[in-house]
Design a protein around this ligand. Structure first.
Ligand SMILES: [Zn+2]
Ligand SMILES: [Zn+2]
Length: 338
């Protein structure tokens, strides 16, 4: 990425020699995320300032190519998933296990570290890799963000989800496909997915959604009232978080309902005070996931319990891939394969 809002360029760059804890991986696949689109359009220049050029991509898996002299437990050819929430390792959040919440975060492809839209990637420490021999990097790459982010969110709310409860889900894209599966695997809740076209409706049902509402043809709030018999939903899991989905999600919450913010489309949340107080509503944010949660997601996928719908592009078609995603034309996750 040389300039914001311009097509990405394919450049030849030198491959560094790994020293100490560093590892060079040969990229097997890199997921294309909506965050990359926001980032590439310069929408996050204030929160994530970077010096360009930079290689995008924070959802990567591949093979160990070369290791520094103090790397332990990894050898050339090992299949690895890259945990992307790189932290300092010593602050209170890192020590607590939530390295993705580090005050000095240095995420690949979103900070001054080059990401995975490449043939090779430089990893500053083997601490950020999870060995996953026997797994296909094409299935593994999407797990590191699209699979990980909803996993953390669902873990936060699963104790609220008793039999007979309702969870409303906005966004049946890369993350949403996993979110439905986790909700069904980890809780007895009824999942109501809100989609904008028939393709996504089919996908939502395939992933296990109990009810699907097409917002293009139905009034979402009255459909939810009908499904929940006017009770409202227990949780609205918003992977889109645009002004529309936030308003509808909030209006659909029942007593003691919780709004979970995962998406980053909108800018602010309008909360009516009276309604929140008398119904004891809660709002919680959920960011990416930590290293152990990624290990759990990989363990779940190893049991072949996770379906990952993938749209594969060659690395050379990177601009076509990002454009197709930006236009909402990807069902599942887009990946780049060098
Ligand atoms: Zn992402
Ligand atoms: Zn830290």
């Amino acid at each position: 990425m040389h300039r914001y809002s311009e097509p990405l360029q394919i450049d030849e760059v030198n491959l560094p020699k790994p020293k100490g804890e560093e590892v060079i991986i040969k990229v097997g696949a890199a997921g294309v995320c909506h965050s990359d689109i926001h980032f590439m359009h310069g929408e996050w220049q204030k929160t994530l300032p970077v010096k360009l050029p930079l290689t995008v991509g924070h959802e990567t898996a591949g093979y160990v190519e070369e290791v520094g002299e103090s790397v332990k437990g990894l050898a050339k050819g090992d299949v690895v998933a890259v945990f992307g929430g790189w932290g300092c390792g010593v602050c209170i959040n890192c020590k607590g296990g939530d390295e993705q919440l580090c005050m000095h975060a240095r995420w690949p492809g979103l900070s001054q570290f080059d990401g995975g839209y490449a043939e090779y990637m430089h990893i500053p420490s083997y601490r950020f890799l999870i060995r996953a021999n026997g797994m296909d990097p094409k299935m593994l790459a999407p797990l590191t963000d699209a699979g990980l982010t909803p996993y953390r969110a669902v873990k936060k709310i699963r104790r609220m989800l008793n039999p007979g409860s309702y969870t409303l889900l906005f966004g049946v894209g890369g993350l949403g496909c996993y979110a439905i599966q986790y909700l069904k695997l980890m809780s007895p809740t009824n999942v109501i997915a809100v989609v904008r076209n028939e393709g996504k409706a089919r996908l939502a049902r395939e992933m296990g959604a109990d009810h699907v509402i097409n917002s293009k043809t139905e009034d979402v709030i009255s459909a939810i009232r009908k499904i929940t018999e006017n009770r409202g939903v227990d949780v609205s899991l918003d992977i889109v978080a645009s002004r529309d989905t936030l308003d509808v999600g909030f209006a659909s919450l029942g007593k003691k309902g919780t709004l979970v913010l995962v998406g980053l489309m909108g800018e602010t949340l309008n909360v009516p005070i009276m309604q929140s107080v008398i119904n004891e509503h809660k709002v919680i944010g959920s960011l990416w996931g930590n290293y152990n949660e990624l290990a759990e997601v990989i363990a779940l996928a190893r049991k072949q319990k996770l379906k990952t719908p993938i749209n594969q592009f060659n690395l050379m078609e990177v601009n076509k891939a990002t454009e197709t995603l930006a236009n909402g034309k990807i069902d599942g996750r887009a990946i780049l394969v060098p």
